[in-house]
Design a protein around this ligand. Structure first.
Ligand code: PAF
Length: 287
């Protein structure tokens, strides 16, 4: 595996590969790699000649310094995993390498950027978009791979590619779950033993909501999910929303969208967990 921390070294190496006719599959990460990341990397490797991975804990996408400080950093373990998976190129820059100048860019993602994570984490998607644009410029991928756990991020990145007129193909990959259903996330390693045991309740609730959706209206399902978290002191439900899957606007009736998605954010202590589920596809409910 080739390792670069300087933008110019990384770009000239990748340019050379592209001149040789090789295709580049890219997986951007913030490290603390888990099986979810590895699934993206395996797919990128299978579909391209070269696998490029970046590890960069992007300070401008965090809403608080304490969340940034607490983000797990385990570079030695990450490198072992990348070597096992036979990653070709690792790009892991410093903050000053990525951001030598003050950042002024402001993206407007329209209504997509103003709901859920856009509303609850001001500036987060701008930070994600700025870093992803820079990483794409540096790593020049043919295809870039993102997980559906961060479904709104994926929608934002698809929009970013259009706004910036970039040639990269965005490949969305299904959520990878632990055996007990918990969506894999780098943040899971910050759960204590008790929290980790309880955390699968989040996905269980989503699955139950999906199961009972056919007999209830959208409002009832939202109320039902909210009720499940009342008096559960280990969980603090930040939001549960039912939305259409494109601009992620909340729906009031099942008939408002062909596919509805349920989006949830739950805090367990200081650990913020996010998950989603497709609630229905083929049932019609009169409201
Ligand atoms: O999903 C992530 O890990 C990050 O948001 C990303 C896309 C690597 C940008 O920092």
């Amino acid at each position: 595996m080739e390792r670069f921390s300087k933008i110019s070294d990384s770009t000239s190496f990748i340019k050379q590969l592209k001149e040789e006719g090789k295709t580049i599959g890219f997986v951007p990460t913030m490290g603390a790699l888990h099986q979810g990341h590895l699934a993206l990397m395996r797919r990128a490797k299978a579909e391209n000649d070269v696998l490029v991975v970046s590890i960069f804990v992007n300070p401008i996408q965090f809403n608080s310094k304490s969340d940034l400080d607490k983000y797990p950093r385990v570079m030695d373990d990450d490198i072992k995993l990348l070597e096992q998976i036979r990653c070709d190129v690792l790009f892991s820059p410093s903050v000053s390498e990525m951001y030598p100048e003050p950042i002024t860019k402001e993206y407007d993602f329209g209504i997509l950027g103003r709901v859920m994570e856009g509303a609850n984490r001001p500036g987060h998607f701008n930070g994600v978009a700025i870093v992803v644009k820079r990483l794409f410029d540096i790593c020049i991928p043919d295809k870039a791979y993102f997980g559906e756990k961060d479904f709104q991020q994926l929608a934002i990145i698809n929009k970013l590619v259009k706004i910036e007129n970039m040639e990269v193909e965005i490949v969305s990959c299904p959520i990878v779950r632990e055996n007990d259903g918990l969506a894999m996330s780098s943040r899971n390693m910050r759960l204590n033993e008790k929290q980790r045991k309880l955390a699968p309740f989040i996905f269980e609730t989503l699955k139950s909501a999906k199961e009972i959706a056919a007999g209830k209206n959208v409002y009832d399902i939202k109320q039902w999910v909210e009720k499940q978290f009342i008096n559960k002191k280990e969980f603090e439900l930040e939001y549960f929303e039912i939305s259409e899957p494109v601009e992620l606007q909340p729906i009031n009736n099942w008939s408002d969208a062909k596919t509805a998605m349920g989006f949830i954010v739950v805090n367990m202590g200081s650990v913020r967990l996010i998950d989603n589920i497709r609630i229905f596809n083929n049932f019609a409910v009169s409201n």
